[in-house]
Design a protein around this ligand. Structure first.
Ligand SMILES: O=c1ccn([C@@H]2O[C@H](COP(=O)(O)OP(=O)(O)O[C@H]3O[C@@H](CO)[C@H](O)[C@H]3O)[C@@H](O)[C@H]2O)c(=O)[nH]1
Ligand SMILES: [Mn+2]
Length: 361
């Protein structure tokens, strides 16, 4: 029996990496120190690699800048976005852990209605370690939470649930609105704390936000490509959306679950809506074609791994979205490059990674 004085080992301490994309000093970590300090951080520095990013003392981290990405991936680095938070997916690729938590550097510790600091990481871990129920909706929300269960009429044959691949958290204060909504509602703040966790039903897409997101890297990691965004691209701020749509059709196909709801973080900064509008406008237009595409995607029975599903998806993107805009041909190519790079850095157990090793600190 561990003595009361010895703190319990944090959940998944050696099985989870925290991935942070950044263009700024990481002072925000001070607020997260009680929750994050035991975990390893993977910092993906975007923008000018000659800039020094300050990381508070006492954190265990590896930091990758654009020079590291280019050195490690060579020509395949072309699939990793530059000057967009989409660069974070490089951290997913280089991690060696089973779980990932990714958070933006303008997200802080929120308080629950009782005034207690929310350990968002702990809640995501609980979400990932408990099953999902995508095949039949439980009206009393997450049946695996303390104080809840399956309601009358819920088939017993489905109560075991399925493995959870993704845990999608929410945000108090500045909500994740698109630029037009931010422009018409500049003062709107999300003050509503909803104490619920829902499995997103099979066959339903959702707008995945990368600000406060956790996932099982071994179950769904290769699908978490955040696309070609930012510098040199006709679209931005649809990185997490693209990843979420690809992820959801693949989790549906593989019988895995996606949850949304708790935990909340406190999002402190709304970026400039006019700048965001310039980045988003193609996405706002194209998504009216993208959503019907993803809703109609059918993956073959022999697509039994995430990589096989993803490569099939890339084929369908080229065939059906290439006519929407030439960008989607480039994106389809990058989807293939991403999988090639992923498999190079993550060979099957017993294989040898072929990248050029971790960065100098
Ligand atoms: O070129 C860049 C810009 C930013 N980052 C890092 O990415 C995250 C998000 O940056 P920021 O908080 O400034 O961006 P938001 O406008 O709030 O949007 C984010 O929230 C989601 C959409 O609402 C999505 O996650 C982001 O688009 C920070 O950590 C920045 O440091 C970057 O790496 N490169
Ligand atoms: Mn932000």
């Amino acid at each position: 029996m561990a003595s009361a004085s010895r703190a319990a080992t944090p959940l998944l301490k050696d099985e989870l990496d925290i991935v942070i994309p950044t263009i700024r000093n990481l002072d925000f970590l001070e607020m997260w120190r009680p929750f994050f300090q035991p975990y390893h951080l993977i910092i993906v520095q975007d923008g000018d690699p000659s800039k020094t990013i300050r990381v508070p003392e006492g954190f265990d981290y590896e930091l990758y800048n654009r020079n590291d990405i280019n050195r490690m991936l060579g020509p395949k680095a072309s699939c990793i976005s530059f000057k967009d938070s989409a660069c974070r997916c490089f951290g997913y690729m280089v991690s060696k852990k089973k779980y990932i938590y990714t958070i933006d550097d303008d997200c802080f510790v929120a308080k629950d209605p009782s005034g207690k600091d929310i350990n968002a990481l702990e809640q995501h871990i609980k979400n990932l370690l408990s099953p999902s129920t995508p095949f039949f909706f439980n009206t009393l929300y997450d049946p695996y939470r303390d104080g809840a269960d399956f309601v009358r009429g819920y088939p017993f044959s489905l109560r075991e649930g399925v493995p959870t691949a993704v845990s999608h958290g929410l945000w108090l204060n500045i909500p994740d609105y698109d630029a037009p909504t931010q422009l018409v509602k500049p003062l709107e703040r999300n003050k509503r704390y909803v104490d619920a966790i829902l499995t997103i039903p099979k066959g339903t897409l959702f707008p995945m936000c990368g600000m406060n997101l956790a996932f099982d890297r071994e179950l769904i990691g290769p699908a978490m490509y955040f696309g070609l965004m930012g510098d040199g691209q006709p679209i931005g701020r649809y990185d997490d959306m693209w990843a979420g749509w690809c992820t959801k059709v693949i989790t549906d196909h593989l019988g895995l679950g996606v949850k949304t709801g708790l935990p909340y973080i406190w999002h402190s900064k709304a970026s400039n809506p006019f700048v965001n509008l310039k980045k988003e406008y193609n996405g706002i237009f194209w998504q009216e074609e993208l959503i019907p595409f993803f809703q109609s995607v059918s993956l073959p029975k022999d697509a039994t791994t995430v990589q096989k599903c993803y490569l099939e998806l890339a084929k369908q993107v080229r065939a059906k979205l290439g006519k929407v805009d030439g960008y989607f041909n480039k994106l389809a190519d990058s989807m293939v490059t991403w999988i090639e790079a992923w498999d190079e850095l993550n060979p099957p157990k017993g294989g040898v990674a072929t990248a050029n090793g971790p960065p100098k600190k």
